[in-house]
Design a protein around this ligand. Sequence first.
Ligand code: ISL
Ligand code: CA
Length: 622
Amino acid sequence: MKTDRRSRLKDVMKTASGHDVIARLLYSLGMDESLIEKTPLGYLRIGSLSRLSMGKLNEEAIDALLRLLNSLQEEGAEDGSGISRAWWKEAVFYQVYPRSFYDSNGDGIGDIKGITAKLDHIRSLGVDAIWCSPFYDSPNADNGYDIRDYRKIMKEFGTMEDVEELIDECHKRGMKIIIDLVMNHTSDEHEWFQRALNGEKPYEDYYIWSEKPNNWTSFFSGSAWKYFEQRKKYALHLFAEKQMDLNWDNPQVRKEMYDIANWWLDKGADGFRLDVVSFISKTEGLPDGDPTIGSLISFTGIEHYFHGPHLDEYLREFHRECLAPHDAYTVGECPGNGLKMSRMITGDDRNELSQLFSFDHIENPGKIRFDVYDFDLRKMIPEIVRWQTQYSDHCWPTVFFDNHDNPKMCSKIDRTDTHSVLINKLLVTMQMTLKGTPYIYQGNEIGMTDYPFTSIEEYRDIETLNFYQKLKEEGIEEKEILKRLFYGSRDHARIPMQWNSEENAGFTKGAPWIKVHPNYRTVNVESEEKEEGSVLRFYRKMIALRKENEALIYGSFTQLKTDRNIFAYERELDGKKYMVIMNLTDRERNYPFTVDQKMISSNYDSYSNRLRPFEANIFEVR
Ligand code: ISL
Ligand code: CA
């Protein structure tokens, strides 16, 4: 059924792509999709979206929207009945960012031997698997997400033997290790790109060239195209200028990538986290992006690659060539894919990926990275509930609030860190009692918080530094720029892990590549091991609670009726039922209903008949 200007919003949202595109646009406009389902707005026709968006969506944007809606294929995953079991549906994952985890040789940079040295700490949390960010040979334009040689180890991180030892030591502890494979782009220093620059067949066609650039913008500011005199052509880079997008429409590129993936699976990796894997297929002819849609989603052109025409085909081929033969787990990073299109990628019967990361919940509706605002947990809940209730039995969510690309969620919520211990305990209570695979990011387990950056010299991340330059060129004054950087920089997640109260938090004996948080004397693994009510001890308790109670893993999810300040839900399986109730605000609230069940966990160490700020309690109903 072709979508046109006369199509009603509620009808358009019946398809996977229609749902996700309209939901995302509404989200960017600060509205929730439930508006369409529950109010007469659902009867509005696509053509009237310009009025609904108060003119933000002009006629050209609506044309672009219709083209997008009619271009995305429809292959939704069936609802099916019953959840199939798998180790990764029961596992708790822990993400390690090697550069900032532990420095074993005193050069100020975390390394592979450092990770191996700390595996007992990770295992002691009850974690089953680690995701290790890239450790391959790289010039570090984007801290290793710009790979120069997929079969060599970055010299600052150590040797291939160190990596083989890490894989082995994980397995000895009964843990799995998934490695970060960046298949969308390579470093411009990769041999393939260097040979492409020399005009060598077949390498020229490994990348995406154009006589003239289209209007696509990079995630790291500026145009997504760089001109190369040697070839008198532009090459595409959705990210840094040193990260050149591969041409996945070229079967030789796909074969090269599958060979690399199989090489690492044969070495014992248990699977992959696939970096921006949903971007690998671009619209034929690389047409311009719609500027309005670009401004709403914050990157011009994204409608032409967030779920491109051949994505599902290439993921199925990757599954056939690499994942299935090794029975390997894979989680794809899929920015821009909403719930319904994510089902096309992760459905058990789809033979594409096991799971994916979608990021809509990481910013509040209508907000984008570097916006200066305090994150409101209440505005995140509708998105969390949708992934709990509409993702179908055949798909399995990931449940995360932090990673190496985002400021700490606890600090986004509470900039003064007044309640950060309570909020960290609330977040892990939610993570360990929702349906889906929890991903802990290094430092979450001790309640690390954002760094008090005060000058541009303290930042390291290319996205932050490029954004600074961009705003400087726009004439924005320094104080305003630094405020925006403080609210959105990925460097908050990349400050060194805090191990003890010694100098540099025990991260390094040398000069750390990025500053250590001044709160390391109390916020660190060693001190929190000894502290009764520490975040660390609470993490262990929550993870153990989840692993001992299948109802918290495979149980049903039912949201309980409360006002928007409270989030309450039940999990039930085979007669076991738990109720979780949390106050999402910094104000004391009444319980929304009588609770006379047995409390088995709280982030407060005393009982109250009211819900105190960010109070998160679990009750055993039966
Ligand atoms: O920082 C972001 C832009 O606002 C994130 O959206 C991030 O760039 C995006 O999710 C893709 O992230 C992945 O690919 C990037 C790399 O910089 C990130 O660290 C990685 O997680 C390019 O490889
Ligand atoms: Ca080191």
